[in-house]
Design a protein around this ligand. Sequence first.
Ligand code: GLU
Length: 490
Amino acid sequence: MPTEIIKSGEVRVRIAPSPTGPLHIGTARTALFNFLFAKKHRGTFILRIEDTDLERSDPKYEKDIVEHLKWLGIAWDEGVEVGGEYAPYRQSERIYTYSKYVQKLLGEGKAFYCFHSKEELGRERQDQLKAKQTPIHLCEHRGLPERKIKDFMAKGNYVIRFVAPKKKVIFQDLIHGEVEFDTSLFGDFSIAKEIGVPLYNFAAAVDDFEMKISHVIRGEDHISNTPKQILIQEALDFPRPKYAHLPLILNPDRSKLSKRYLETSIGDYRVAGYLPEALVNFMVFLGWSPGTDREIFSLDELVKEFGLEKVQKSGAVFNVEKLDWFNGHYVRQKNLDELAKLCLPYLSAQAGPGEIDLDYAKKIVALERDRMKKLSDIRELAGFFLKEKLEYEKELLRWKKMTDEEVATNLKTVKTMIEPISDDLFTAAAIKETLDKEAEKTGKGELYWPFRAALSGLKQSPPPQEIAEVLGKEKTLLRIRAAIEKIGRG
Ligand code: GLU
């Protein structure tokens, strides 16, 4: 797509999640693209909670959305000021605005009351499907006289429908190019359940106008809503914002991203130990690319680089290995203090509360950080530091073809050689220096492998002298003794 010329300060964008579930990775990606676009053009990014569906909306999900957007660093610039902070706009608090416009359309004959019951509409739909027709409702309640309306009102429920002009709606999508829809397939679509309960397309069109939204950047699943919103804008004499529909996010098998394959909520990724920097960097590639090989971008760098012209049309496959790769990168970027703080909750869950302090966590994390992809990996990788007794098979102690006798002898040698080192000199360097001479005689693997396995109970772990320094002399000797007993030549 050609680059759009945009004057700074003109851009006003929004995300408009419905609080019917926790912050979804798709919504977070849309939020990120809107945020980057706004920042790049020194514009305004708005969070609007679309909570008019009272049955499905829940304030706990709004809380989750707000918390995780903040956690990702995707801050909005405007909203309802509460205690020096901006709470998001909520549609439930803007009912008067929608009622005003519904009344206007009713008054101008551009909308009408429909009193058909769900059952009647269901039957009509079934009949149309049977007759292989597109199921649309062209309502004969359009133009009912006042008296009739009053009678129906007294009897039961209604919806408000829009008199949709039959025409071709064409719009220029900044990602997809020219998009055309035939609105005769929409029928008389509903815009409100009652005067004060607007439905999505209507409330979105009204709010996009009232909030002076310049660009509507949202998921491609909304592309078919756009012509309906355009018809409503035209009926109300609203200007048309620009549109950009972002590609769908796909499972690895190219079906639409779903919880069946992958976690979809940002909160779940946070709990699993992904860092916000990694998620942001990963999410931007779900549809955008810089046009070079460069992969690592901070949020600030993205503000400079981002542009809608580099957003692809085709679906973006969610690749967890790539997310792990980004996360591993950002884990290694952290300084030890920060990383240990982030790992502490995972280690505490393993050790029991209060049993591990930050200093100890730092020692453990320093040894394991290169092997970590997610923060939660520290549980698996370093659990052995925190256990009283290690569970492992005796075979693990054996290096290549060593006999039990040789394993036991070498473990005893290690024990005898390191025992005289005083507690305060019990460092990795001192232990290595002491054992290296012996290893020249026994063979490196023959001496160090059983020692390492005895301390970690794992096939892979950091070198034994480094584990020993963190464990301290007493625990180290205890673990060697337990291993000698296990091999059965104690
Ligand atoms: N409430 C809609 C959603 O959550 C908003 C779509 C839009 O951005 O217009 O998908």
